[in-house]
Structure formats: structure tokens, C-alpha cells
Write a protein that binds this ligand. Structure first.
Ligand code: ADP
Length: 484
């Protein structure tokens, strides 16, 4: 399909074994422009037969790809990084069109996404093993790592490129083959990415893409296929739990990046302007549609009024509009369901006693827009504090001392990331050690980094993506033992 502003057409078929093809049912589904709800493209609607064909292709390609020299796999990823970087503006515009996000967010995502390919190009040639001597002498053990096999990768719509490169990068580096099920709201970015990987020399069948409106049955079919060995999923905790149960039937290796409910703590000794800068990043990066988004703000009482005022001024000054328009810093949310959820959470929180400082009302008219919103005096058990809002809403409450801050921050079943602003590094580290989360940002509003092991504790997930740990999720350990 031709997308306005893009030089080349974007594929809309299924990619199976290197062939672009229509759905076996002939069906297509609509991809909408969240800025006005119009149809942007129609994409092949993959069936359970199609996903089985994709597993066939991935299984057929596996032995050859697993045996490909690491340097060659590395060079494919490096080439893909270079193509993505050269075509950054095209990718950014496509993501803005199908996801709605403001162009600066789309550009940032593209850089982040491409970096996963560069990072894992470097990791591909560093898959190591070791040689061990038995404690009693005599026996020797050689430990080695092999690709886990055919992987099923299920991705969300909030970062359509980065959530995929973060899985495909290590899968390719490790020598695995994959079947990808992109989110139904944003399949085009995945399809363009697949085209880039083919151009970068990734062999047919190594990456197969099956967009579908029937995620439930298509994913279940691929997971029940005995040739599938791994599921890597990024999305809601609710769906993650369903997939973990399905994974049990085949004992699939499982990586889960699930929901978050990130607390953002501002201590009385923090540089308040830096804290507001950090809060803008933690809250408003990607329009708040990130599992790492600061979901709850806890500010020490003596600085709460000043912090809230500064944050509300910055939030209120954002330019809301179509993501691709000049100067826009906040685009629409991805779809009707998402904007309706944000609206419900804000209404319910205000009914529970919170006060609106800025925003708080869904505008009339087309598109899935919601204004930047700051709520203060937010009760601890309100929807905004309990649920993952996934939108431009900052609910603020206060704390008196660090013990109370920790109690509030940890009072959630989630544990992905937490943010702490303080002028005292030792205080920050003490809080970081006691926060129940997989990641903590001290005096930083963004922690995501392809070179770091991203992931959560509690119900935020299993496994890590990126860093040295990331490739480990796509490898199994084997040892060979022999007498000497
Ligand atoms: P979000 O709240 O980000 O939309 P979801 O967990 O609903 O998160 O979706 C993430 C991914 O999981 C998407 O690709 C979606 O199509 C897929 N998905 C949703 N429901 C199911 C399901 N029951 N089984 C398998 N995949 C699903």
C-alpha cells in the first residue's frame, strides 16, 4: 500500500517462507489512522492454517540458519541496522500514521529499535561456553549454548518497531527462526521491517510474519505446534497469564514483558526542575503509552505543591494534534478502546476525590485524542493509582518519609520500573534496593537501553530483553561430559 509521505509501498501480505501472500481465507482487515479514524491500509488477515504454514517455514529454515556462522548472522543484523537508520524518516512517519504517536516520539523509537539490531549484531559473535574440571578430577565438562529453536514472537502496538527488534535481534543473533504475530493496530511497521531484514540478507523462512485479527486462535495454534519451542510476548498481564498457561502444555521457553504500574518518587532534597524534566520523559514519552510510563507520582509533602505546579505547567503547554503535524508533541492515543479507558480512569479518580489541575476532559471531534492531565490529592485506592493508565495522565499523591514512600510504591502486584529523584545518591540507592521492580531510574526519566537487561519482577514478567541477558533467552545450555 502507498502511505502518504513514504517513498516506497509498504507490504500488506503475510510473509511465509520468503513469499508475500494473501490470507488463505482471502480476508483482510483495516488499519486505522488514529488521528481521524480513517482507513490507512488493508492487511491480510492470517488464519490458523497460515500460522501453521509459517511454523512449517520456520522449522524448515532452522537447521540451516542455526548452522550459519555467527559472523554472518551478525552482519545481517548490522546491515539491517544500517538500512533502518538510512530509512529512519520513512519508518518514523509510518509509525506515526498507524500508531498516532507524535513524530519526535516515532523518531526516538526508530533509533531505539535500530540499536537493538546493532547491539545484537555485536552479541551474535560472543556466544560463549566453557571447559570445566570435575571436583574429583577425571571428568571434563564442555558447556555450550545452542539456539532454542522455532520462536513465536507476539508484540504490542505501543512500540511497533522496538518491541519487535528487541525480540528478532537476539533470535537472529542466536540462530533461531521466528513466527511473528504483530499487534492488529500496527502491523505495517512489522511488515516493512521484515522487508528490510530480507534486504539485509536474512534467509527465507527465518522471519515469518502473520498479522491477524484472530490473535487468540492463531497464537494458540502456533503454541500448540510441537515444533514451536519458545514464546516471547510483550503485552498485558492479562494476556500474558493466558499464554503462560498455554505454554505449559508444550513446556515452552517463555519470556514475558507484561504490564507495569511505575511509581515516580520525588524526595524533598531533589532538584525540582530536573525532577520535572524527568517526569515529562517518564510520563509523556510515547504519549504515556509505555509499560515503563510513570503511572503514579509520590512527592514528599514539603515540595509537593511546587512540583505539581511546575509539572502541570509543562504538561498543559504540550501541543496536541495529528502526530505528523509540525510542532505536535502529543498525538492521539492508538484506538477508541484506549482513549475510553483513560477517560474512565480519570472520571473515576476525580469522583474518588482527586482534583484536576490541567486537562481531564476528552475533547469532541474525530480521532482518539486525550489532553495532558495532572491530578492532585489522589486517593491511594483510586483507579489512577491502581490501574495501568497507558495515557497522558499524571496522578500525584504525597508521602512524609522514605518508609511511607516505599510502602506506597510497592503496594502493587506489578514491578517493572520505578523512578527516584533525590539529591542524595546514597538515599537513592537505598530506595532503589528496596523498590520491588526490575529496573530503577535514579535522577533519570528513561531507563530503556538496548545494552541493559530490561524486564520486571512480580506480575510484570519473566526474563530480560537487551543486555547480555537478552540473547540468553534464545539459547539453551548443553554440556558434553567425558573422561580424561
Ligand atoms: P495491549 O493492552 O497492549 O493491547 P494485549 O495484551 O491485548 O496488549 O496485546 C498484545 C498482543 O497480544 C497483541 O499482538 C494482541 O493481538 C495479542 N493478543 C491479545 N489477546 C490474545 C490472546 N488471547 N492470545 C494471544 N495473543 C493475544
Amino acid at each position: 500500500v502507498r502511505i502518504p509521505g513514504l517513498e516506497s509501498p509498504v507490504p500488506t501480505g503475510l510473509l511465509i517462507g520468503g513469499q508475500w501472500r494473501p490470507s488463505s481465507s482471502g480476508a483482510v482487515f483495516d488499519v486505522l489512522d488514529p488521528a481521524d479514524g480513517t482507513v490507512l491500509a488493508q492487511v491480510a488477515d492470517g488464519t490458523t492454517d497460515d500460522v501453521t504454514a509459517a511454523v512449517d517455514a520456520a522449522a524448515a529454515a532452522l537447521p540451516g540458519f542455526a548452522a550459519t556462522p555467527p559472523r554472518k548472522r551478525s552482519e545481517m543484523l548490522r546491515k539491517a541496522f544500517e538500512i533502518m537508520t538510512a530509512r529512519a524518516e520513512e519508518f518514523a512517519l509510518l509509525m506515526t500514521r498507524e500508531n498516532g504517536k507524535a513524530l519526535p516520539d516515532a523518531r526516538a523509537e526508530l533509533t531505539y529499535a535500530a540499536e537493538f539490531f546493532r547491539w545484537f549484531a555485536e552479541e551474535a559473535v560472543r556466544i560463549d561456553g566453557d571447559y570445566r574440571v570435575a571436583p574429583a578430577g577425571g571428568t571434563r565438562t564442555v558447556v555450550t549454548h545452542q539456539p532454542v529453536g522455532v520462536c513465536l514472537l507476539v508484540t504490542p502496538w505501543n512500540f511497533p518497531a522496538a518491541m519487535l527488534t528487541r525480540k528478532l535481534g537476539p533470535a537472529i543473533a542466536a540462530g533461531c527462526t521466528s513466527v511473528v504475530k504483530p499487534a492488529e493496530d500496527t502491523p505495517l511497521t512489522a511488515l516493512l521491517l521484515a522487508q528490510v531484514l530480507a534486504e539485509a540478507g536474512v534467509p527465507d523462512g527465518v522471519v515469518n510474519i502473520v498479522p491477524t485479527m484472530n490473535a487468540k486462535d492463531v497464537v494458540a495454534t502456533a503454541m500448540a505446534d510441537p515444533r514451536t519451542r519458545k514464546i516471547s510476548f510483550t503485552g498485558s498481564t492479562e494476556v500474558g497469564k493466558i499464554l503462560l498457561k498455554q505454554a505449559a502444555d508444550q513446556v515452552l521457553v517463555s519470556s514475558m514483558e507484561l504490564g507495569g504500574n511505575a511509581p515516580f518518587l520525588v524526595c524533598d532534597d531533589a532538584d525540582l526542575d530536573a525532577a520535572v524534566d524527568g517526569a515529562m520523559l517518564a510520563k509523556m514519552r510515547n504519549g504515556g503509552e509505555a509499560c515503563t510510563a510513570a503511572n503514579r507520582f509520590y512527592v514528599q509533602s514539603s515540595v509537593a505543591a511546587a512540583f505539581s505546579e511546575k509539572l502541570a505547567a509543562r504538561m498543559g503547554a504540550m501541543t496536541v494534534g495529528r502526530g505528523s503535524d509540525e510542532g505536535v508533541t502529543l498525538g492521539p492515543l492508538v484506538n477508541e478502546e484506549t482513549v475510553a479507558k483513560v477517560d474512565r480512569i480519570v472520571r473515576s479518580t476525580v469522583e474518588a476525590g482527586a482534583r484536576t489541575v490541567t486537562g481531564g476532559t476528552r475533547p469532541e471531534g474525530p480521532g482518539y485524542f486525550y489532553p495532558p492531565t495532572v491530578l492532585v490529592d489522589v486517593p491511594a485506592d483510586s483507579a489512577a493509582m491502581r490501574e495501568e493508565t497507558f495515557g497522558p495522565v499524571a496522578p500525584i499523591a504525597t508521602f512524609s518519609d522514605d518508609a511511607e514512600a516505599l510502602e506506597l510504591a510497592n503496594s502493587t502486584p506489578f514491578g517493572l520500573v520505578a523512578y527516584v529523584y533525590t539529591g542524595d545518591l546514597a538515599r537513592g540507592l537505598r530506595l532503589a534496593e528496596a523498590l520491588e521492580s526490575g529496573m530503577v531510574g535514579i535522577n533519570r526519566g528513561v531507563v530503556s537501553d538496548p545494552a541493559a537487561p530490561f524486564g520486571g519482577v512480580k506480575q510484570s514478567g519473566l526474563g530480560r530483553e537487551g543486555g547480555h541477558e537478552g540473547i540468553g533467552e534464545y539459547l539453551t545450555t548443553k554440556y558434553v561430559s567425558f573422561p580424561l
